[in-house]
Write a protein that binds this ligand. Structure first.
Ligand code: HEM
Length: 277
């Protein structure tokens, strides 16, 4: 609510200013919050783990699939056409490559995302149908982010996870963009050439703040998933220790020969159980 008011005020005060300047200004505070999410802090501290990155890729897949399908469908829309750069920016093929690298050929069956990711992609599909001009806000938030801080994060991620150059990191690479800074300048000038009524412009600015919010919620959702998975793993290892302890106590009451046979049987059952997981 507060953010909405600020967005409106800012748009009213600066209606003659470039969209690229306004959008940066109204999302400034959200950018700081996004940078300070637990997941982004892990990246910046060089502590990002493989499970974190793999799960992030799953969500990026859903998000970019929705964004890029809607951009493609609306590529002739007057607000979308100037900022439509599939050859330079499209991420979906790169993400698919990374997912295959980490999850193998059946990666599609292994995609898991938090509910926040579903909400984000649902919103993208909805605006693609109802307000294609709002795609400007979403494309700006993701692509300019990927071409800015994203470039640094890619290099940090490679080191943190000890990956060989480029392996599993296609998402961060933009082979069609030789200079991210020059490309960002071109992108901003294209954004500024989009003709919008005052109402539409306000809508785009509000949508940009919302786009950042969606990203923040996705990052928080991913961290929750990871901590639940971590707790479950710890719990199951405690349970298995407890079961083994109990089994050994029971085995103690049998003769040495029977103990050995039963022990072998229990070990075999544990291995089969592990593979079944
Ligand atoms: C670790 C987290 C992040 C860091 C260190 C970071 C850093 C940066 C830096 C250094 C810039 C360049 C600022 C400039 O050119 O003036 C930038 C721009 C940008 N970032 Fe981030 N960022 C992070 C996360 C994000 C996230 C999560 C998003 C959105 C999902 C995002 C979206 C953007 C956008 C849209 C811009 C372009 C701003 C503009 O020039 O209008 N960033 N970021």
């Amino acid at each position: 609510m507060e953010t909405e008011k600020r967005t409106q005020k800012s748009a009213e005060q600066t209606v003659t200013r470039d969209l690229s300047e306004q959008i940066k200004e109204v999302t400034k505070e959200s950018h700081v919050r996004a940078e300070n999410t637990e997941l982004m802090l892990s990246f910046q501290r060089g502590q990002v783990t493989l499970p974190q990155y793999k799960l992030l890729l799953c969500s990026l897949y859903e998000i970019y699939r929705a964004l890029e399908e809607e951009m493609d469908r609306n590529s002739n829309h007057p607000a979308v056409a100037p900022i439509y750069f599939p050859a330079e920016l499209a991420r979906i093929k790169s993400i698919e490559k990374d997912l295959e690298y980490f999850y193998g050929p059946d990666w599609r069956e292994k995609i898991v995302v938090p509910v926040a990711t579903q909400r984000y992609s649902h919103r993208l599909r909805q605006i693609g149908k109802e307000n294609p001009e709002f795609l400007v806000a979403h494309a700006y938030t993701r692509y300019l982010g990927d071409l800015s801080g994203g470039q640094v994060l890619g290099r940090i991620a490679q080191k943190s996870m000890g990956l060989k150059s480029g392996e599993g990191l296609s998402f961060f690479a933009f082979p069609g963009v030789s200079s991210p800074n020059l490309f960002k300048q071109l992108y901003r000038s294209r954004m500024n050439s989009v003709e919008l009524t005052a109402e539409e412009r306000n809508g785009v600015l509000e949508e940009a703040v919302r786009a950042f919010e969606f990203n923040i919620q996705v990052f928080d959702g991913l961290q929750k998933m990871l901590s639940v998975a971590g707790n479950q793993q710890r719990q199951s290892s405690t349970d298995s220790k407890a079961v083994h302890g109990k089994t050994l106590q029971i085995l103690g009451t049998f003769s040495p020969m029977l103990r050995m046979v039963l022990g072998l049987f229990v070990a075999l059952a544990a291995v089969v159980g592990l593979y079944a997981l």
